[in-house]
Design a protein around this ligand. Structure first.
Ligand code: PGA
Length: 251
């Protein structure tokens, strides 16, 4: 199974969000036996998107959740609330939240655990900064992130999640990792999970400037099981081309 997940970030008012999901469905950018398609709208549009997506095979996720199920956490949204809306996935640990909200691996792990307990499938993000790659530290950074997340989430939670490798330097820059660069890290993630008590085949998504032009080549890599798509997920034609590329890529 391949996965194509759209991360809409802080974009789209409800009417535009409904319009996008309707267009995606009309273009056939929906789940089937081979590919799972998920869109992650901002909180304010989730309900509206679900009202349309319910009659399609497009699944809906959130871009974040809190790690507690309820309580005195002003402005926060719990995984239970997202399940109540009809979400089935949640992105945790996106690099924009690591950067802006100072999310740590330990926090990302407890969010994944809370999401999983509530019935959401976590999409856990990891990725190195440009300076870290340049210094030859990519593998160390990814290992450190995975270890921190596994320690707080438990190997069982990670085993039931998806992991997105998103090099920070590739996000929103138009400078995607090459298939070789992405495959190298994915192969390492796969190997490291296996030696860290994560016993299942965890789908590994690549994210960072995925477009209609580079998707097929990325999907053809052995350890790439899909994509987490930002900018291109707001363009119905382009996103549906990425979904098509996920078909028949043999993974
Ligand atoms: P991008 O974003 O596709 O616009 O690079 C990816 C992401 O942040 O998930």
């Amino acid at each position: 199974m391949n996965y194509v997940v759209g991360n809409w970030k802080m974009n789209l008012l409800r009417s535009a969000a409904i319009d996008l999901v309707e267009k995606l469905n009309a273009l056939g950018a929906a789940s089937d036996g081979e590919v799972t398609v998920v869109v992650c709208p901002p909180y304010t549009a989730i309900d509206a998107v679900i009202s349309v997506a319910n009659s399609t095979h497009i699944k809906v996720g959130s871009q974040n959740c809190h790690h507690q199920s309820s309580g005195a956490f002003t402005g926060e949204v719990s995984a239970e609330m997202l399940v109540d809306l009809g979400c089935s996935y949640v992105i945790v640990g996106h690099s924009e939240r690591r950067r802006d909200m100072h999310e740590t691996d330990a926090l990302i792990g407890v969010k994944a655990a809370a999401a999983s307990r509530a019935g959401l499938r976590p999409i856990i993000c990891v990725g190195e900064q440009l300076e870290e790659r340049t210094a030859g530290r990519t593998q160390d950074i990814i290992t450190e992130q995975l270890d921190g997340i596994i320690a707080s989430a438990t190997p069982e939670v990670v085993a039931s999640s998806l992991i997105a490798y998103e090099p920070v330097w590739a996000i929103g820059t138009g400078l995607a990792a090459s298939p070789e660069q992405a495959q190298e890290v994915h192969a390492w993630i796969r190997q490291h999970l296996a030696t860290s008590g994560v016993q299942t085949h965890v789908p590994l998504l690549y994210g960072g400037s995925v477009t209609a032009n580079n998707a097929a080549e990325l999907f053809s890599c052995k350890d790439i099981d899909g994509a987490l798509v930002g900018g291109a997920s707001l363009k119905p034609q382009e996103f549906s081309t990425i979904v098509k590329a996920a078909h028949g890529s043999g993974q």
